[in-house]
Design a protein around this ligand. Structure first.
Ligand code: PLP
Length: 364
């Protein structure tokens, strides 16, 4: 993990959102990059806040001594809300029962909970719809009057920010403005209340979506939020490498890996790469994914297994221990996470977040 790339990317994103605060999404182990080291790196690079999906991610940060403001946004019944309030984790409420649960937890914790009210402006995921929003705001204000909660944010999330020009984007901005107006009229506004809706894609493509704060995730890790529009000057932080665990000569006509989906055309050297689908190398990459080995691109030979896959190295001079690069910034000819995503029909978010826990993370 190249932490200097992360620092660079924070500066790039700052340039896109001057004057706005920046909350970096570090959910899912910082998109597979390592939660605590990345949280420290983004804060050192000037990010103001951190965002997590789950309370246990936020509590993990607190346990590691991270004191920066953290917002955590997915809450289900029976979660350690009291611990979160006690740890000063800010919480999202997109429904009345959540606001009530947070207030009750605040009572038990003996501390006011800082709450961001979430409006569903069109993604139809978390958050109150326009119909439910006034009641949520009213309940939050009533809870604020008791001292149990303090409304510190009003927020929402885009459905199609990575599709510039998509008609839902303008509709969501209008719906967000309407939700803000309703909240402000009811008394939940004020200059200390952060209004935020922009993920990475909106941060780099939609100045009107900045409001008081942007919430980039994928772009911080150097992967383009809108690949069709280029890389936005971002630098990928993650390089995934392995060392050949075996290199051996086999004759022509040798079936390779489960199902013999690859057969050698001539006598050749096969290399064993000790990463498999348990490590996030998707089985769909069978006979498809590319890696860099011995100075050249190689296509995975046959099935990706749980712990390993094979590559065909021809007559090249290789030995056990030689480095294989699965993806990286692309500066040495290796594939990028974007290429892996494209070849597997997915997005880079899925490529990097799936790298399994047993793959050691090294931060430089
Ligand atoms: C994941 C997430 C983000 C960051 O999204 P990116 O597309 O990675 O920039 C922002 N806000 C919320 C609510 C999220 O869940």
């Amino acid at each position: 993990m190249d932490l200097s790339a992360i620092e660079h990317n924070i500066a790039v994103l700052r340039g896109h959102a001057p004057g706005a605060e920046m909350m970096v999404a570090v959910k899912a182990d910082a998109y597979g990059h390592g939660l605590v080291p990345c949280a420290r790196a983004v804060l050192a690079a000037g990010a103001d806040r951190l965002g997590t999906a789950f309370l246990r991610e936020a509590l993990q940060l607190r346990a590691a001594g991270v004191t920066a403001p953290i917002l955590s946004w997915i809450i289900t019944p029976d979660e350690p809300l009291q611990d979160a309030v006690a740890a000063g984790v800010e919480l999202s409420a997109g429904d009345i029962w959540v606001a009530d649960a947070i207030a009750a937890a605040a009572g038990r914790a003996g501390r006011t909970a800082r709450v961001h009210l979430k409006a569903d402006t069109g993604i139809s995921r978390g958050g109150a719809t326009a119909a439910g929003w006034p009641a949520l705001v009213d309940r939050a204000l009533a809870l604020q009057a008791t001292g149990a909660v303090e409304i510190v944010g009003l927020w929402s999330h885009f459905a199609c920010a990575d599709m510039p020009g998509h008609p839902s984007i303008g509709r969501q901005l209008a719906a967000f403005d309407e939700a803000l107006a309703v909240a402000e009229k009811a008394g939940a506004g004020g200059s200390h209340v952060l209004r935020h809706i922009a993920n990475s894609a909106a941060t780099v493509s939609l100045p009107a979506a900045r409001y008081d704060m942007v919430r980039p995730g994928i772009a911080v890790y150097g992967l383009s939020p809108i690949p069709e529009l280029g890389d936005f000057g971002l630098r990928p932080a993650m390089t995934l490498t392995a060392r050949l665990a075996m290199a051996k000569r086999v004759p022509a006509g040798t079936g390779v890996s489960y199902g013999h989906l690859y057969t050698t055309e001539r006598e050749t050297t096969l290399g064993l790469v000790p990463l498999g689908y348990a490590d996030g190398i998707m089985r769909a990459a069978t006979n498809r994914g590319q890696v860099m080995a011995a100075g050249r691109r190689r296509t995975i030979a046959g099935r990706v297994c749980m712990d390993q896959f094979m590559i065909d190295l021809g007559d090249d001079d290789v030995r056990e221990g030689d480095e294989v690069i699965l993806f990286g910034p692309g500066t040495s000819g290796e594939p990028t996470a974007q290429e892996w995503a494209d070849s597997l029909g997915t997005i880079t978010h899925e490529i990097v977040t799936r790298i399994g826990a047993r793959v050691p993370r090294v931060h430089r």
